[in-house]
Design a protein around this ligand. Structure first.
Ligand code: ZN
Length: 343
């Protein structure tokens, strides 16, 4: 009798769609990604196969659904399994997803807005398994808190998953966030919860596409970092170095680059401190391109502690451990968390 299930995760973005075929074991297996939810429940994940295609959203919704179904079928047939072997499918979308209808209401890839992706994909696959759809940053937060950095935290503290509060933050093309409280994603009334990239960091700051000024995303995302840098260094505005180059320059002791990264980190501290004083989370996990730069973590927890109201609670900030797999893993774990852990 096998003690595993096949689950699927789809990480759908504006530029690419990635599918992950995962074996979920109800036991600890040393060589795999392991996690425990409480003292008597341990699991392991084995990512069997991952493959991606370009979204090509300009071709329209129906074409995208057809090609996603083709992608799923190709990963199944290469691994000699069929849709009837799959227990569930989770999908991460780049926008706010209404928890009651599972449809995307707003995001950067408008073709999904107002469409019933769950039903359309089940139909295209001729499948009947459970499907859950969530915002992609929520998928990142779920993956990292359940099976990534959060597991390391629980190993060292003994806290259980359903007792903890955690915040996952993507510092990437934009700034997205996911908040888990007692093992549950904070969704809000219509799925607009944890849109932390659109909270104000700088009064009268840069205009944001959301209509506000000085949003976190305009400073702490990759493009925001560059925008902030060129506003401070007008001489470099014509031909600005890439974000990676600025970090490299700082490592080589370039004073302008060091100053810039310090200012970036100060803003990151302000952002985290605001969240910390609202939530007092067990930990933060950072993902996205900028989270791979070691310099942003230098002295970060100490600076954050100085801004913490409750001095008995020391903030913890982790770098992600799942890397690019987090989106697909988090998506795949959505039905699991709804039907197994929180049942
Ligand atoms: Zn905004």
């Amino acid at each position: 009798m096998s003690n595993f299930k096949f689950i699927l995760g789809l990480d759908i973005g504006g530029t690419k769609v990635e599918v992950s075929l995962i074996k979920l074991y109800e036991e600890k297996k040393e060589e795999l990604i392991q996690f425990t939810t409480d003292k008597s429940h341990s699991y392991s994940l084995e990512i069997i196969d991952t493959r991606r295609i370009p979204t090509e959203r300009d071709n329209g919704y129906e074409d995208v659904v057809k090609r996603i179904a083709g992608l799923v079928n190709s990963v199944l047939s290469s691994n000699e399994i069929t849709v009837s072997d799959i227990s569930s499918l989770g999908i991460g979308l780049p926008g706010s997803v209404d928890p009651s209808t599972q449809q995307m209401l707003k995001g950067n890839t408008n073709i999904f807005v107002g469409n019933d992706l769950k039903q359309d994909l089940l139909k295209a696959l001729d499948a009947h398994f459970d499907v859950e759809i969530e915002n992609d940053a929520n998928c990142f937060a779920l993956a990292e808190s359940l099976s990534g950095s959060g597991q390391k935290h629980r190993d060292s503290t003994g806290v259980e998953f359903q007792e903890e509060t955690s915040v996952g933050i993507i510092l990437g093309t934009g700034v997205g966030g996911g908040i888990l409280i007692s093992g549950r994603l904070l969704k809000g009334k219509k799925g607009g919860g944890a849109e932390i990239g659109h909270t104000q960091l700088i009064s009268k700051g840069f205009d944001c596409y959301c209509g506000r000024k000085g949003c976190v995303e305009q400073y702490l995302s990759g493009p925001g970092f560059k925008q902030f840098f060129t506003s401070k260094s007008p001489t470099m505005a014509e031909d600005p170095p890439s974000t990676k180059d600025i970090f490299k320059m700082a490592e080589e002791n370039n004073p302008a680059a060091i100053k810039m990264i310090n200012e970036y980190q100060d803003l990151l501290v302000q952002f985290l401190a605001n969240l910390n004083n609202i939530l007092d989370p067990d930990y933060f996990v950072l993902g996205g391109g900028l989270s791979n730069q070691d310099l942003i973590y230098k002295g970060l927890e100490e600076k954050l502690y100085k801004q913490t109201f409750l001095k008995e609670s020391r903030p913890k900030v982790y770098q992600n451990t799942l890397g690019d797999s987090a989106g697909g893993v988090g998506a795949a774990l959505l039905p699991f968390i709804e039907k197994v852990i929180l049942k």
